[in-house]
Write a new protein. Structure first.
Lengths: 273, 261
């Protein structure tokens, strides 16, 4: 242990352990923090959190499909109650907070770094000839998703956790009603569909990009990962966008199908039977 | 001025050239007309014509980097009409010919733009940041003894080919210039993987990638967003797969090297 290393730090009491080699705090923190503050390290955090958030999207989407179950929201409310009260889910929720937090934080730090890397721009810049629009605009797309996320969390998460929604027939909070009411407001539907389009474009580049950053680019598997990512982007964003569109276009204030729609559906069912 | 092809019609062009007297002074775009340009000329020869013109008028000629003029040294670094080395795929500026342009075209010529590549003068930039990255570890320093027998170390053909592909990087900086983030990741990845793929390079693989990436960050290059502009504009076609190799090498080194600093 050299004096040079600890000359300045010796006043800090917590380093006593390190000085006596009980626990080499400084050494450990050194290589570790250096790794994850390097340009590649930050990208690795971006990709790990991004892919983790992709898994969250799947769970969220599959659960929300219960909005379509035509039971006045009974299944959806039961599911919401479980998600809001199960201790395991509540623990994982903190992982989600960290996932979003780090993804956003690293995005800000990396954007700043990248802007600093080119202080003087070009007079003529034809990036569209050599790259996809989505890949160059992840920050803008992400910002739209962030605005949506804040509105979304306030409207549903905040009300579910801290508000007092009416009970449904099972005495669960009737969040289905909150959903139906929200999705009958035009501005809300527009915000949701726009955000889902942004999410789709974000995933279009992000999914594949996450694997590339982790070094998982192999000529055998990359085409599969790429195409799976494209399908994932389209299906997830279309799936989420279908919910506000469905309630706005096809249901009444109670979430039941409008008369005309019900009749058409019946005709369609008969035609295919 | 006629070219080697008697049917080639000479062209008149308008050039918009970045002029900057030195590092400290801010530059600007200056417009020039060049006349009777043969379509068989290379882009640099067209600039030679412009410079001769300027010299005849007792004006300061345009400074631009060039050396071998046969596409292997990586010196010529011009950002032409918004793209590294101009519109043609897989070429350096010296191998770009005027037949790719049409009579009456306006051509914008700018230097590479990156914090790590300061402009020396006009279109000439200082790319010594790349040299310092190589100095940080882009070599094999172990003593290899006398010349070994040619096939003493078995290397599969496909590995040798991939290492060779990575080694074709001429260090021109087109990747940095084309990247939205001015990232040097494609360059560094080519230099890391050309050695990491071969047994001779594996001895120092961990320290190499750690030191080269650290130097890359010190030089102030941006981070990779996997956009792919770099590979699309690379004159020798270095692929993004190399960046994945770099990231793998980096992760393994950081997790398993003996370097605690």
């Amino acid at each position: 242990m050299s004096r040079a290393l600890f000359g300045k730090a010796s006043i800090r009491p917590y380093l006593w352990a390190a000085q006596n080699d009980l626990f080499p705090v400084d050494k450990f923190m050194n290589w570790f923090t250096k790794t994850f503050t390097s340009s590649i390290g930050r990208k690795i955090i971006m990709s790990l959190t991004g892919l983790f958030l992709c898994s969250f999207l799947v769970v969220h989407l599959v659960g929300n499909f219960q909005l379509f179950s035509h039971d006045d929201g009974v299944a959806f409310n039961t599911y919401s109650h479980f998600m809001g009260h199960n201790p395991i889910i509540r623990t994982i929720e903190w992982g989600l907070v960290l996932g979003f937090g780090f993804h956003i934080y690293e995005a800000l730090v990396l954007t700043q770094r990248n802007k600093k890397a080119r202080p003087h721009g070009y007079d003529q810049w034809e990036a569209k000839q050599n790259s996809e629009w989505t890949s160059r605009n992840m920050g803008i797309l992400g910002s739209i998703i962030l605005v949506f996320l804040i509105v979304h969390l306030y409207n549903f998460f905040w009300r579910a956790r801290f508000g007092t929604p009416d009970p449904d027939i099972n005495h669960n909070d009737n969040l289905y009603k909150v959903v139906v009411t929200s999705f009958h407001q035009l501005w809300y539907v527009i915000l949701y569909v726009a955000a889902q389009a942004s999410l789709g474009y974000h995933l279009w580049h992000g999914f594949r990009s996450g694997f590339q950053t982790l070094g998982l680019n192999h000529r055998k598997y990359m085409p599969l990962i790429k195409n799976f990512g494209y399908a994932f982007a389209v299906l997830v964003s279309a799936g989420f966008a279908s919910m506000p569109l469905y309630f706005y276009l096809f249901t009444n204030d109670q979430g039941a199908l409008k008369d005309g729609v019900a009749v058409t559906l019946q005709h369609l069912t008969l035609a295919f039977n | 001025m006629a070219g080697s092809n008697p049917n080639a019609k000479p062209m008149n062009l308008k050039l918009r050239v970045w002029r900057q007297p030195n590092r400290q002074t801010e530059g600007r775009i200056v417009e020039y007309d060049v006349k009777d340009i043969s379509p068989d000329m290379s882009f640099l020869e067209m600039l030679d014509v412009l410079n001769e013109d300027l010299l005849h008028k007792s004006q300061d000629p345009v400074a631009f980097d060039h050396d071998c003029r046969e596409g292997i040294c990586g010196s010529c670094d011009l950002f032409i009409n918004g793209r590294s080395h101009g519109p043609e795929k897989g070429t350096t500026t010296c191998q770009l010919h005027m037949r790719k342009f049409s009579d009456g075209d306006t051509i914008t010529i700018e230097p590479w733009r990156a914090n790590a590549f300061p402009v020396n003068k006009d279109l000439s930039v200082d790319r010594s940041a790349f040299d310092r990255i190589i100095q940080a570890g882009g070599y094999v320093s172990v003593n290899t003894g006398g010349a070994p027998d040619g096939n003493e170390i078995p290397i599969p053909k496909d590995i040798a080919d991939r290492a060779f592909e990575a080694a074709t990087c001429i260090g021109c900086g087109a990747c940095v210039a084309a990247c939205k983030n001015a990232s040097a990741m494609l360059f560094v990845s080519a230099k890391v993987s050309q050695l990491a793929l071969l047994p001779q390079g594996q001895v120092e693989a961990k320290t190499r990638v750690e030191n080269m990436v650290a130097q890359m960050d010190i030089e102030g290059f941006g981070a990779c967003s996997n956009i792919g502009s770099c590979a699309a504009e690379c004159p020798v076609g270095i692929s993004l797969e190399n960046i994945a190799i770099l990231n793998r090498e980096f992760l393994v080194a950081k997790a398993a090297s003996n370097n605690l600093a």
